[in-house]
Write a protein that binds this ligand. Structure first.
Ligand SMILES: [Zn+2]
Length: 394
């Protein structure tokens, strides 16, 4: 995949005519169909191919559902904390890598700025460019701040949490918070009442405190293992509580830097494939390359694809795209393709309450799909029936 040199916005071209992809390994919720086909008419997948459909022979390729990223800060040199143009550029970059649905994540900043950014992002969500907003910070633990500005962190006062929910105008999808801080449990209840996902992360909670937060309504572990206490045999901490509870979906950053393969395997083993969501946690450098970038108000140096704060050296998000997460999952982690599809599409779609529309290749759903060759390299991306990356087939 080439980087995205000059994409501006998400221009809408007319939907393409009916098409049918044939000869593929098609990954369905029921398993993989060899020599299968996927028919598309307008924006949707259809059960049978329309009579006048253009036939595209993709023999030897995989067709999987479009990827869904619930935790992503930017890409293509731009971030979701930026202008409308920045946000559109970041969306476009990730679309070129197979992410057809994306929740835009903010980082810790002044409350006023977050409220303002929520206004901008909610409009783009309204237009269908993003699936919603994830506020990561400022209600996180100074002990586990990662790449967030310490002086801007604060305890999760429900009144302030409410302010962010309201600023999202119905498009706030998730708030990451350290639930052990004062006001944490009340904030989880408030989020749950408003249908916003309470995600436990950047936390210093004990096992017992984490159980309490899950019982109060928290349903996501923000990048499990990262920015939380490690698993101890006398103090199992949040990791054990988050892995064992069936109500929780765990985010994993599968870039080879954030997690050892054995940690990923442990999470899959304990949570099961239906409770894992692969995320990028990407920052501006995703889809671009090494150099100096900003993550909110903090400066980040990206070297050999690994993003670290200039001051202190903490890992500062990733440069991951979900096509790479997919390839790594099946080639390095040796996960079954169906499990990778669950973690990249079906599970996050369900979490967002969008399973009716996206997350699997079923008739009636949006024609969001990714075409991969036998080596799991990306060869095509279709979103809502339109090719974002047109397949160049031999
Ligand atoms: Zn993040």
């Amino acid at each position: 995949m080439a980087a995205d040199p000059g994409a501006r916005g998400t221009a809408r071209s007319a939907p393409t005519g009916p098409q049918v992809l044939t000869g593929a390994k098609v990954v369905l919720p029921t398993g993989t169909v060899e020599n299968g086909q996927v028919a598309v008419d307008g924006r949707h997948i259809t059960g049978t191919a329309p009579v006048n459909a253009q036939v595209i022979d993709v023999t030897g390729h995989w067709v999987v559902p479009g990827f869904v990223d619930i935790h992503n800060h930017g890409g293509g040199g731009a971030s979701f904390s930026g202008t409308v143009d920045d946000v559109l550029r970041a969306i476009r970059t990730h679309r070129l890598h197979g992410t057809t649905t994306l929740v835009a994540s903010t980082v810790t900043d002044e409350m006023d700025l977050l409220v303002q950014q929520a206004g901008l992002l909610s409009e783009l969500a309204e237009q269908g460019d993003i699936a919603g907003i994830h506020f990561e910070g400022p209600f996180i633990s100074p002990c586990r701040k990662g790449a967030h500005s310490e002086e801007l962190l604060r305890a999760p006062d429900p009144a302030e949490v409410r302010k962010l929910i309201d600023a999202g105008r119905g498009k706030a999808k998730m708030v990451t918070l350290a639930t052990e801080l004062p006001g944490g449990i009340d904030s989880v209840r408030l989020l749950a009442e408003h249908g916003v996902i309470a995600a436990i992360g950047h936390t210093d909670a004990t096992y017992e405190q984490t159980v309490e937060a899950i019982d109060a309504g928290a349903t996501v572990a923000t990048h499990l293992f990262n920015a939380m206490p490690t698993l101890g045999h006398r103090s199992p901490g949040p990791i054990a509580a988050l892995l064992e509870d069936e109500r929780v979906t765990v985010e994993l950053i599968n870039d080879g830097t954030h997690l050892h393969p054995a940690a990923l395997e442990l999470a899959f083993h304990h949570a099961g494939a239906s409770r894992v969501a692969f995320i990028t946690d990407a920052m501006d450098a995703a889809g671009i390359g090494d150099g100096r970038y900003m993550l909110g108000p903090l400066e980040v140096e990206v070297s050999e694809g690994v993003a670290r704060l200039v001051e202190g050296g903490s890992i500062a998000g990733s440069t991951l795209t979900l096509d790479r997460a997919f390839k790594r999952a099946v080639t390095v982690d040796k996960l079954p393709v169906e499990d990778a599809v669950a973690a990249l599409s079906a599970n996050p779609a369900r979490l967002l309450g969008l399973s009716e529309r996206i997350g699997s290749l079923e008739p009636g759903k949006d024609a969001d799909l990714v075409l991969l060759d036998a080596n799991f390299d990306l060869k095509g991306v279709m979103r809502r029936g339109e090719w974002v990356v047109t397949p160049q087939l031999p």
